[in-house]
Write a protein that binds this ligand. Structure first.
Ligand SMILES: [Fe+2]
Length: 267
């Protein structure tokens, strides 16, 4: 099979994979997709409109599927979580307002990949915003790279992002008052590239470092810089898959409209 064609996202954040049909999977195609995902951290595949079984099938070709306890599953497809926004919803979208890496507050077995497919998409709003940990690391001053070499971040489920999640859980009748906390190196080696892993929505402090609070604030400002950001505009049927070690993401503001996304979490 010939190589699939790609187009890098704005600011070299992620890559679009062009002209593929995920209803027709083969090992060669999934191998190429994995390579692109490893290199770019997030991939965008337009207008796939997969039914739940084809969607789940593709996810299985990437890794092991994980049940996500904080969200409800689709009937007969427990690994597919439905993210639904109603016009009357007043709060921020799930995962809104803070860049983050999903479940960075888990010590072990952090699910590595998150995948979304757009089922019902409003026009002109609800972009998903990505920031590249690869590009952010590369563009750090050498002095900071030296400083953070062995630093560890403390990530908490009660970090700044928890407000939207708690509201959502309340609505779904889930009670998870237990705070989860984990430590991870803030420089991660991912497929031969270094990535800045700071999950601003969960990071509460940095260990093994002088001026910890200043460095924390500096790094959070850094990953939020315009030059590392790509705001992805959805169309119905689009599939977006990211590696939580190499990109951060957040939802953008969304108002007075319906949106449905199908989400799968992958180890
Ligand atoms: Fe998220």
């Amino acid at each position: 099979m010939k190589s699939v064609s790609i187009t890098p996202g704005k600011n070299n954040v992620g890559a679009y994979i062009n002209d593929v049909n995920l209803n027709k999977l083969n090992n060669d195609l999934t191998g190429q997709i994995k390579d692109i995902l490893n290199k770019y951290g997030v991939i965008f595949i337009k207008k796939q409109n997969l039914d739940p079984s084809a969607y789940q099938n593709f996810a299985k070709s990437i890794g092991q599927l994980v049940e996500y306890p904080r969200l409800k599953g689709l009937e007969n497809f427990p690994y597919i979580n439905v993210l639904e926004r109603k016009p009357s919803d007043k709060s921020l979208a799930f995962g809104g307002s803070w860049l983050h890496q999903d479940t960075s507050y888990l010590e072990k077995d952090r699910p590595r990949y998150t995948m979304l497919m757009g089922i019902e998409i409003p026009v002109g709003q609800g972009n998903t915003i990505f920031s590249s940990g690869f590009n952010a690391y590369k563009n750090l001053p050498d002095k900071i790279k030296q400083k953070i070499k062995n630093a560890k971040g403390v990530f908490s489920s009660a970090g700044p992002i928890s407000k939207t999640r708690l509201e959502l859980e309340k609505r779904a009748g889930i009670n998870s008052s237990k705070v989860l906390e984990a430590e991870h190196p803030i420089v991660q080696e991912v497929n031969g590239q270094k990535s800045l892993y700071v999950s601003p929505g969960h990071l509460i402090r940095i260990k093994n470092i002088d001026e910890s609070e200043n460095i924390k604030n500096f790094l959070i400002d850094h990953v939020n810089k315009e030059e590392f950001i790509f705001s992805y505009e959805w169309s119905k049927g689009d599939l977006v898959l990211w590696d939580n070690l190499s990109v951060m993401h957040k939802a953008s503001e969304i108002k007075n409209c319906s949106r449905i996304m199908h989400r799968i979490t992958i180890k």
